[in-house]
Design a protein around this ligand. Sequence first.
Ligand SMILES: [Zn+2]
Length: 345
Amino acid sequence: MVEEILTNIYKIEIPLPENPLKAINSYVLKDSARNLIIDTGLNRKECRDAIRAGLAELGVNLKEADFFITHLHADHFALVSTLASDNSTIYFNQPDADRVRDGTPWDDMIEYAGLNGFPEKELLAAIHNHPGYKYGSKFDLPLKILKEDDTIDIGQYQFKCVETPGHTMGHMCLYEPNKKILVSGDHILGDITPNIQSWADEGNPLLQYLWSLDKIYELDVAVVLPGHRRIFRRCRERIQELKDHHQNRADEILTILKKGSRNAFRVASEMTWDITWESWDQFPVSQKWFATGEAIAHLKYLWEKGMVLRETLGGKLMYSFFSRSLCALYHFIWTKKKRKVLNRM
Ligand SMILES: [Zn+2]
């Protein structure tokens, strides 16, 4: 399905079968010299057929096309390996390029998931059902690395690169300041909440994500072209909603931890998920994986803020509620008691 969004900017909707995201938006910026394709799809037939049909409808020849990929996730990146021609430039970012070069560390992720309580018998199934594992692609094409404030000129548009780490380490948006267009990738979505996960002990993806939201908040944006679902206009309102969402998630986790120490998998199982399955046990293993990754990102954020305690017990990372206000209350009661005793003396 092809739709003209703005002058010479088109959207091709590429289906993502059996995936709750439903589809990915690929944007095509047409120009008489070169065309630019932003994000591509999974390396599977349904995506290949859809993008090829869309490009044919637009009369775009792949030999005259360059690519900009917002981030490394397979639904955005994987198909570029089969679409790029010898003279295509593929614009990308350094942190995600490093990850692509080194390959996804599935073994390390399995180990870390186990440490966070993911049941051993479901671990391999989780990886084997992961879209990046199933529909990723081997990649050895040269990439042109872009950094903050680099520009891509195409036709009447001059897009500026904005580094927005969080959803992935190197996620990058494009901003057109004259026309106030934001190509947001998976950083800001209008209808669904971008998934913020953590699968390694390094880094604090949620903190980075919140910083990146604040960074985009400063921009004057009239229209957002997101990686999934509908194009929308209310950028600042949406940013506030996303920030509120993560605050609510963090609060929910604190409430769960007040019931006692838990590992991240168990925390995830007790969180509320906007998903069609009735209970956690019925969740497909791939959804349990995404949910646990999201729980870990929030737990790590709270831990680094000093709001939860973390310790290793029985070979698992356990989190417990640790309230500064509770500590202050204990301190208050203790000093009051002491004062009473002193008064009696
Ligand atoms: Zn993504």
